[in-house]
Ligand binder design. Structure first.
Ligand code: NAD
Ligand code: UD1
Length: 333
């Protein structure tokens, strides 16, 4: 079965390509290298032990998307990772986000329709739940008020996909809402490499551990949580990648939505302490004010994915800390 993976050179896409190849799928990638490097392709080929075809195209160009389907002929499903994802940047450059994320998606869907390919898996986010006071997010809650243009693109694309399905229920559409993806492949060859100073916790921890940044700021220790610091559901990217394979194999026909998370909340301090213990490294950190817009605590109810997809996370916070650091150390070499 041939799968088109858009954004397949990015953080989550690259790990998913590995898991798809491990499960004997035929994989082709479309990525314009906006937020990734071509070397990732070589690394993927090294891990997989085979050549992988890359279309270095911008999905905003519909004629290019068409060319992929015309050339490949027998694509059976699309896993759509391509998109911009920086929350803060999206607040400053909303049009860039709406244009890239929405146009890429509608182009893909229109071309899929033309070539009669009806199986689509979309990278959504827990951010679509918004701030509705609940701590354990469950799929039946519905979408809340999003807090950034990035989040709004995710909610809008979910809505577009719902409208599409209701117009033509021969589509098979799976919306996967990721919690906090972190970690790296155990080979140390692929992982997350954000440009500039990271905004997210785990990439920032890596830069402090490697001495590239001096001190980690913990954004608040007066939340009503286990130790006062923010609590999130961190998911190892390899578990997340496997979730896509399970969705491809086990999602029932129709339109289905799943949380992909561990179901367990971990605080900033717990993550730091685990990182220090597993890797035998002392992290420099200080407590600072809360970051505006942050929620105190949320995590997934991941029971639907277990029941319907037969998927759950297998890796621990220890695995996450070890694999992230292993990748970071490899970067130094
Ligand atoms: P990433 O930036 O590492 O990967 C995205 C890839 O898409 C990049 O390689 C980029 O070059 C490519 N791309 C972007 N626009 C493109 C376009 N117009 N045409 C072709 N290629 C394009 O991001 P990621 O962390 O791997 O995230 C993958 C998806 O998962 C994104 O849609 C993201 O919004 C979503 N998601 C990510 C997180 C997270 O924390 N990483 C959480 C929830 C959802
Ligand atoms: C954010 C986005 C989410 C996105 C995710 C991963 C929002 C509302 N959510 O989630 O859409 O999917 O990033 O890209 O913007 N922290 C520190 N110090 C730091 C960085 C973070 O203490 O230097 C704390 C935060 O306060 C939070 C936790 O660590 O409690 C996780 O933060 P982060 O990794 O940025 O992810 P989220 O804010 O959960």
């Amino acid at each position: 079965m041939k799968i088109l993976v858009t954004g397949g050179l990015g953080f989550i896409g690259s790990h998913t390509v590995v898991e798809l190849l491990n499960s004997n799928y035929d994989v082709i990638i479309a990525d314009n290298l906006y937020n990734s490097k071509e070397e990732v392709l070589e690394k993927l080929e090294k891990i997989a032990g085979k050549k992988i075809k890359l279309y270095k195209y911008d999905l905003k160009d519909k004629s290019k998307v068409d060319k992929i389907f015309e050339t490949e002929k027998d694509i059976e499903a699309v896993i759509h990772f391509a998109g911009y994802k920086a929350v803060g940047e999206s607040v400053k450059k909303p049009l860039m986000y709406y244009s890239n994320n929405l146009i890429s998606t509608t182009n893909l869907l229109e071309v899929m329709q033309k070539y009669n390919v009806r199986k689509f898996i979309f990278s959504s986010s827990a951010t679509v739940y918004g701030d509705n006071g609940e701590i354990k997010y469950v799929e039946t809650m519905g979408r809340g008020e999003t807090t950034s243009p990035y989040g709004t693109t995710k909610a809008m694309i979910e809505k577009i996909l719902e409208d599409l399905y209701f117009s033509d229920n021969s589509w098979n559409i799976t919306l996967l809402r990721y919690f906090n993806p972190v970690g790296a492949h155990e080979s140390g060859l692929i992982g997350e490499e954000p440009n500039g100073i990271p905004n997210n916790l785990m990439p920032y921890v890596m830069k402090v551990a490697s001495g590239k940044l001096e001190t980690l700021s913990i954004f608040g220790n007066d939340y009503p949580t286990i130790d006062g610091t923010g609590v999130r559901d961190y998911i190892h990217v390899v578990d997340l990648a496997k979730g896509h394979v399970k969705a491809l194999q086990n999602a029932p026909d129709g339109l289905n939505t799943y949380n992909l998370g561990s179901g367990k909340g971990v605080s900033v301090l717990e993550l730091i302490t685990t990182f220090e213990k597993v890797n035998n490294i002392k992290l420099n950190y200080k407590i600072v004010d809360r970051r505006p817009g942050d929620l105190p605590e949320y995590f997934a109810d991941a029971t639907k994915a277990l029941k319907e997809l037969n998927w759950k996370t297998e890796k621990t916070i220890e695995d996450i800390c070890r694999d992230s650091w292993n990748y970071e150390k490899n970067l130094e070499k």
